[in-house]
Design a protein around this ligand. Structure first.
Ligand code: SF4
Length: 477
């Protein structure tokens, strides 16, 4: 907690996905632009911001548990401000107010740009403030947090939101209700932002959207064709190519593409643009056509596998990851067996496997009469884990002996005598290095070991500057 003259301090906790982490960077940037500084812990904080997620029920429980614990702090120190933002605030603003009346500010997903103003207004005497924008507003700075100031966790890497909302209607998902319909950020504004990030020393960007492959469906650009101006729709592939041409951008990642919208143009851009990382996160959700139809996913298992095969055939050394839900209402043993078969055939590098969690406001919440018993779900979850780990370990072992280009992230959390980095395939690698290497540097690392969730290795050389301008060989002790 700051003294009278010291700058006020904020603590930010993020629940949920990368979109939320990206919003949190923007909230932190706005608060710091307003004169606040980061706190190290709750005792030290004048403002505590909880940026929430509503994808899973556990997230609700964690939020209300945290708010309950913060109530005693607020009772002891009434000047402490508690702020709830994010998807849960957008969806359940009244519930947050009723269950936690000690919260000072509730702000929605479309109000990120107002965070500092609302915190100040509440402090200056307006008391508790709730502000939620329900409708999408065609204002870049309002709708796309990328257009706001940010406090980036890693100087060399940045998220770029290219799209908000989602036009799909997956039966288990609350996102369309919370984030609204899809809206693509204008193409030229995005490329300008990528250029500005590169000028600021960023070499790796991650393009963010709920369904990046449908980027541009709502945009029109003017292009010169056969000597005249014509209106064209930009594709996600065009964005990959344009971002990949920006000087200084060495790695491009993106998340998440919907399998039904994975176009050949995207696969071709991934294969041809050197900066696009050889990693595709392609959510399967289920291997059963019956369950996929009930989920409204818009593809069959066979179609999914065909697209995956096309991507693997075109893109050299492609890593593939996925999301799978176990225990969707009505999932039978035969359905689940199909999921195991498809997962085995896909040979994933890793998978985020989730136990189905019902969210009120989704179609699946009305299907609970078909709920799969918890013990059956737990047993299926374990069987799926074994299948995924089998392919993950095999694919990781196949990399032993290879040279990997790695972005250095810093000392390993588990063993500070090692450094941690990310390969182009987005694999975590812990490696021995004779000297400290700054975070954000690129290095060549020889892979010496493999586990299901990471690789181990040893440093070969550090590369300086964009795209291997200088190589500094390193002699290992
Ligand atoms: S594609 Fe489906 S799972 Fe993804 S955000 Fe849209 S509705 Fe949710």
């Amino acid at each position: 907690m700051a003294g009278d003259d010291a700058p006020r301090r904020y603590l930010l906790r993020t629940f949920g996905c990368q979109m939320n982490e990206h919003d949190s960077e923007r909230i932190a940037g706005l608060l710091e632009a307003d004169g606040l500084t980061p706190a190290t812990n709750e005792d030290d904080a004048d403002v505590i911001v909880l940026n929430t997620c509503c994808i899973r029920e556990k997230a609700d429980n964690r939020l209300y548990g945290t708010l309950g614990h913060l109530k005693s702090r607020k009772d002891a120190r009434p000047a402490l401000q508690i702020v709830v933002g994010g998807c849960l605030a957008q969806k359940d603003r009244e519930v947050v107010r009723q269950r936690a009346p000690h919260v000072d500010v509730v702000l929605g997903t479309h109000n990120v740009h107002r965070a500092a103003d609302l915190i100040r207004a509440s402090r200056e005497g307006r008391g508790p403030v709730t502000e939620i924008l329900d409708a999408a507003v065609a204002d870049d700075a309002v709708m796309f947090p990328s257009a706001l100031p940010a406090r980036r966790e890693q100087g060399h890497a940045a998220w770029v939101s290219i799209q908000i909302g989602c036009d799909n209607a997956c039966a288990f998902c609350i996102v369309p209700a919370v984030r609204g319909p899809e809206m693509s950020r204008p193409f030229n504004a995005l490329i300008d932002e990528v250029r500005a990030l590169a000028a600021d020393g960023v070499s790796e960007i991650t393009l963010l959207g709920q369904n990046v492959n449908s980027y541009g469906r709502d945009l029109t650009l003017t292009a010169r064709r056969s000597g005249r101006d014509v209106a064209v729709r930009p594709l996600f592939a065009d964005l990959l190519r344009a971002a990949g041409a920006v000087e200084g951008i060495r790695r491009i990642r993106f998340t998440s593409p919907h399998p039904k919208d994975l176009r050949p143009e995207t696969i071709a851009a991934m294969a041809e643009v050197q900066a696009v990382c050889p990693h595709l996160h392609l959510p399967l959700q289920s291997g059963s056509d019956r369950v996929l139809a009930a989920m409204h996913r818009g593809y069959t298992a066979e179609r999914y596998l065909q697209r995956l095969a096309a991507a693997r055939a075109a893109i050299d050394d492609l890593a593939v990851t996925t999301d799978i839900i176990v225990g969707f209402p009505g999932e039978t043993e035969a359905d689940f067996t199909r999921t195991l078969e498809v997962a085995a055939e896909a040979e994933y590098d890793s998978a985020y496997t989730f136990i189905f969690s019902s969210r009120s406001g989704t179609e699946a919440a009305d299907m609970l009469d078909q709920a799969v018993p918890a013990d059956v779900v737990a047993e299926r979850f374990e069987r799926l884990r074994v299948v995924v780990e089998h392919s993950a370990v095999a694919r990781h072992r196949a990399r032993i002996g290879r040279m990997e280009e790695v972005t250095v992230e810093g000392p390993s959390g588990k063993d500070p005598s090692l450094l941690t980095g990310r390969t182009g395939q987005n694999k975590l690698i812990h490696f021995a290095a004779p000297t400290m290497i700054r975070s954000g540097a690129y290095a060549t690392v020889r892979v010496t070991g493999a586990a299901s969730h990471h690789l181990t290795g040893e440093l070969v050389e550090v590369t300086v500057g964009p795209r291997h301008r200088t190589r500094i060989p390193v002699a290992m002790a």
